[in-house]
Design a protein around this ligand. Structure first.
Ligand SMILES: Cc1cc2nc3c(=O)[nH]c(=O)nc-3n(C[C@H](O)[C@H](O)[C@H](O)COP(=O)(O)OP(=O)(O)OC[C@H]3O[C@@H](n4cnc5c(N)ncnc54)[C@H](O)[C@@H]3O)c2cc1C
Ligand code: FES
Length: 307
C-alpha cells in the first residue's frame, strides 16, 4: 500500500480520531443554501485528497459531518468544501467567517478511478449537490485535457437559482472541448435552457458505449435509479459506471457501522462504487436499481413497479 492509499490514511487517522485544525480563508455564498468554504490546514499541511474523497469536518461544540472535497487534487495550498445547510453542523459551518477554524479528519474513502478514465470519453451526470464531489474530477480532466476523449457534463437542478458554480458552468460552456447540458425542473421567466431532469438530455446524447466511462454523483437515490436505467439502455457496461453514494456516517473510518450497506462500509469501500459492485446487493440497493438482463428482468421504466 502506498502512502497516498485512502485505506491507509483512514486506518492511520483512526488511531486518535484527532482532527487537524484548518482555518477558513474564504467563504462565498453560492446560493441561499450552499456556501463555498476555502480552508487551509495549519502548519502548511497538504490535505492530499483524490477526486471523490471526503473529509469529516467538525465544528467544536456542535459536531462532525462528512463533506466531499470539491477542489482539484492539484490545488495543494488550500482546499474547498461546498456545504448545503441541512442541520446542526452544516448550519454552524454557514455561520463561520474568514479566520474561524474547524477540525478536519481525512481525506477518507475511495474516489473516482481517474487512471482508468485516461483516453476514454467521460460522461459526468450530476444532480443538485451532486456537482461538488464531481468538480475535482472535472477539473483534473480539464487540467490534462489532451489525455482524455470527450468530456460530457449533464447537470440538473430543481430551480435556476439552485445551480452551483455558475461562473464555472459558463466557462465550461465557452470552451470548445466540453459538451455541457444544464437543465432545471422548474424554470423561471429568465431561464433560456431546457426543462426537466438529467435523464432528458442524457437520452439524446450519442455515445460510443465501449469507449465511455461514466461518473455520477447525485444526491437522492431515485436519481441513481433513473440514471442507471438510461446508461444501461445505452449499452454502457455496469463496470464502466461509477456512483458516489451518501449514507449517514459517524466515524468515517469503517469502525462504527453507521454507513453499512450490506457487506460494504460506504466510508471506506466508497463513497465511489462501481455500479457492477452494487448490483448484487440486496434490497437496500435493488430498491433503486433497475433490473438487469442477467437477472432475467425486463428493463422497466423507474417508477413502474420498482419503487
Ligand atoms: C460521503 C459524503 C459526502 C457528502 N458531501 C457533502 C457535500 O459535499 N456537501 C454537503 O453539503 N453535504 C454533503 N454530505 C451530506 C452531509 O454530510 C449531511 O448533510 C450532514 O452530515 C448533515 O449534518 P448536520 O449536522 O448538518 O445535520 P443533522 O442535524 O445531523 O441532520 C439534518 C437532517 O439531515 C439528515 N441527514 C444527516 N446526514 C444525512 C445524510 N448523509 N444523508 C441524508 N440525510 C442526512 C438528518 O437525519 C436530518 O434530517 C455528504 C455526505 C456523505 C456521506
Ligand atoms: S461511518 Fe463508521 S463505519 Fe462508516
Amino acid at each position: 500500500m502506498s502512502e497516498s492509499d485512502p485505506q491507509l490514511s483512514a486506518s492511520a487517522n483512526v488511531e486518535t480520531y484527532q482532527p487537524t485544525i484548518a482555518h477558513i480563508t474564504r467563504a462565498d455564498e453560492l446560493t441561499s443554501t450552499e456556501m463555498l468554504l476555502e480552508l487551509q490546514l495549519d502548519d502548511g499541511q497538504v490535505l492530499g485528497h483524490a477526486a471523490g474523497q471526503f473529509v469529516q469536518v467538525s465544528v467544536f461544540g456542535v459536531g462532525e459531518a462528512p463533506i466531499s472535497v470539491c477542489s482539484s487534487p492539484t490545488q495543494t495550498g488550500s482546499f474547498e468544501l461546498c456545504v448545503r445547510a441541512a442541520g446542526n453542523v452544516t448550519n454552524a459551518l454557514h455561520r463561520l467567517e474568514v479566520g474561524d477554524w474547524v477540525g478536519i479528519r481525512g481525506p477518507y474513502g475511495h474516489g473516482f478511478p481517474v487512471e482508468e478514465m485516461v483516453r476514454k470519453d467521460i460522461l459526468i451526470v450530476a444532480g443538485g449537490i451532486g456537482l461538488p464531489p464531481l468538480r475535482p474530477l472535472i477539473n483534473l480532466v480539464l487540467e490534462n485535457r489532451e489525455q482524455y476523449g470527450r468530456l460530457i457534463i449533464v447537470y440538473g437542478a430543481r430551480l435556476p437559482k439552485e445551480l452551483l458554480f455558475k461562473d464555472e458552468l459558463d466557462s465550461w460552456a465557452d470552451r470548445g472541448d466540453v459538451e455541457l447540458y444544464v437543465i432545471v425542473e422548474q424554470p423561471d421567466d429568465d431561464w433560456p435552457g431546457p426543462v426537466g431532469v438529467v435523464t432528458v438530455p442524457l437520452r439524446d446524447i450519442d455515445i460510443e458505449p465501449a469507449q465511455t466511462v461514466v461518473a455520477a454523483a447525485v444526491g437522492p437515490p431515485v436519481m441513481y435509479r433513473f440514471v442507471a436505467f438510461e446508461l444501461l439502455g445505452k449499452n454502457i457496461a455496469a463496470e464502466n459506471i461509477y456512483f458516489s453514494l451518501e449514507r449517514r456516517m459517524k466515524c468515517g473510518v469503517g469502525k462504527c457501522g453507521h454507513c453499512q450497506l450490506n457487506n460494504l462500509y460506504v466510508c471506506v469501500d466508497g463513497p465511489v462504487f462501481c455500479y457492477s459492485d452494487l448490483q448484487g446487493l440486496d434490497e437496500a440497493v435493488e430498491a433503486w436499481a433497475p433490473p438487469t438482463a442477467e437477472a432475467g428482468g425486463e428493463r422497466q421504466e423507474p417508477g413502474k413497479g420498482h419503487g
